[in-house]
Design a protein around this ligand. Sequence first.
Ligand SMILES: Cc1ncc(COP(=O)(O)O)c(C=O)c1O
Length: 413
Amino acid sequence: MPPAADTDASAALRADLLEAIAGQVDTPAYVYDGEAIDAAYRQLDEAFGPVPHAIHYAMKANSALAVVRRLQALGSGFDANSMGEVDVALRCGAVPRQIVLTGVGKRSDELDRAVALDLQAINVESPGELDRLARLAADRGTVARVALRVNPDIDAQSHPHISTGLRSNKFGVPIDAARALFQAIKTRPSLSPVGIHIHIGSQITTLDPLERAAEAATALAHALREDGIAIEQLDFGGGLGIAYDGGAAPSPEAYVQRLVRAAGDIGITLAIEPGRVIVGAAGVLLTRVVDIKQFPGARRFIVLDAGMTELMRPALYSAVHRIEPVRPRTGSPEAGDIVGPICESTDAFARDRLLPPVEVGDLLVIRDAGAYGAVMGSTYLRRPLAPEVLIERDSWRVIRRRQTLDDLLSLDV
Ligand SMILES: Cc1ncc(COP(=O)(O)O)c(C=O)c1O
């Protein structure tokens, strides 16, 4: 039997376990290493040392109940980007004061429910939303806890599709308008200003933009103090990237150190909303080769049973993932396009990628698929959603079963 692949990021994602999983739940399937998730959370948490802080795990990265529950048990708070995610956090045991709600277009019924729940903060994105929120809270005779999402006009130097901190992006209010908006909040008895929120993008691998954004938020907090407005927390958002190519990425410690430095002596809680850095490297998408085709003078295609319906990132923003056989065969690596089975030309995971020899039926892993993988899955072509499996030490369990065609069709009338 050939040797197992080097499973660097997570020793738990071992070839024998992956083969057993594929044998029982079939492919494609997501597989996560629970202990790697815990370790990534703890690393961030511990990096703050004695500095008062709050980690609000960004559920948008991976909201499998078992993952959220796990992080809840470690003491994490949550960043929800929809009311669905708020409910996931609540069902997993979080209390409302551990949840912040973000979203560029919240409906009035959603805002109303968020007010009724008394979430830790509702991150408001516009003057119009602020006004709606004030009226909804007044109607309820209560006070809504508000953080203002400010847009610092800082380039995250990430992919344009996952950059959110430029003036040209739809997110937040321009930072130079924030002070006046906080004054407006102060005049509304149904609003309580609890924080400044900033999130400049995702998969950020250079710390400078994150530090500059944190400095901008801190400067605003100082200005608010001069205006007699004392907020409780500075929320620096998420965004820290991971090394999809297996190289180096900034360490969580270096990241936190920059944030703490930027906050200086502000003396209030520093909050972050990490998603990818907690779950990204802890997951793989397990898939099989279903076909290999090559004609003279044409490209060589390795066709997998997973496609953009399971992992959308490459098609959506040209994301790069390492792809490796679970048990590499001996022989010289060969170049080929590694593609999915979907009838779309963007359904490709890698072009001209060198891979050890593979044969139809071989198991492969697409690495670093724990974040923005399963959550973005779709049922395009009536393909049922892939299952999710969690490994804990030497055992594993299905945490979301494969959708059946009956599940899928049950919504049709
Ligand atoms: C408001 C907000 N917070 C946190 C995150 C998490 O980002 P990441 O997964 O890059 O840490 C996102 C994702 O883009 C987001 O939109």
